[in-house]
Design a protein. Structure first.
Lengths: 175, 50
């Protein structure tokens, strides 16, 4: 059951990156360097949860997901702080009243709380996982596949946007 | 930046082939590189550090 929760959690985190892709290509907004780093935070968080879904829950996997969340919180707070002074503008359009970096901060904080609550349940670490229902393995493989796709797709689009090195501070190319 | 995503791809690839410890090592390296990239983009001139 906990493996299923982690697989679904990874898919939820990855869906946020898909949303960012939607904004990038539908509204033709090129991602800023900090926005790309926020995506990396999402992928890192999802990676920890995918490990839980694939190999069974371990404190190491949760710790990795939490490190990804903390990285994402740091980057998104930096992005928010850049625009917090009135008159300094913003990056991109608001979605449901908040900019994407603000939404990212809220998602990372929600993930930290969710992971902390799930870690309360000590018995999950004693389960062998051998008698897990088939759906658990299916969700784990789907989450892993989505993670691989997102990492590869972001590597490709980022390489087209700013080659292999650091991205320009004020990008103009979507792809 | 694209190279960073490639390192993450390597971490997922290692996990897909069942090498859990290797995937965690690659993931930690990717996380440290991501922090270094973040530091690179934190400039004193806030108009240049979007």
């Amino acid at each position: 059951m906990v493996r299923l929760f982690n697989g679904v959690g990874a898919l939820v985190v990855f869906s946020v990156v898909f949303g960012a892709y939607g904004i990038q290509f539908i509204f033709l907004e090129p991602p800023c360097p900090l926005c790309l780093l926020i995506r990396i935070g999402m992928i890192a968080t999802g990676f920890g949860l995918v490990l839980n879904a694939l190999f069974g829950p371990r404190p190491l996997h949760y710790g990795f997901a939490l490190l990804g969340c903390v990285f994402g919180v740091i980057v998104s707070l930096r992005n928010i702080a850049l625009h917090i002074v009135p008159g300094t503008g913003s990056y991109g359009d608001a979605v449901f009243g908040f900019h994407l970096y603000t939404w990212a901060f809220l998602v990372f904080m929600a993930m930290i709380i969710a992971i902390a609550v799930v870690m309360f349940f000590q018995r999950q670490f004693d389960e062998t996982g051998e008698d897990a229902p088939k759906i658990v393995n299916v969700v784990a493989v789907i989450a892993l596949s989505v993670g691989i796709f997102l990492a590869a797709a972001n590597a490709f689009t980022t390489a087209v946007e700013c080659e292999l090195g650091p991205c320009p501070d004020n990008p103009t190319r979507v792809l | 930046m694209a190279a960073l995503f490639l390192v993450w791809l390597g971490a997922f690839g290692a996990a897909a082939t069942g090498r859990r410890n290797l995937s965690i090592v690659i993931g930690l390296i990717a996380l440290i590189l991501s922090l270094a990239m973040f530091r690179y983009h934190v400039s004193d001139n806030i108009t240049l550090s979007l």
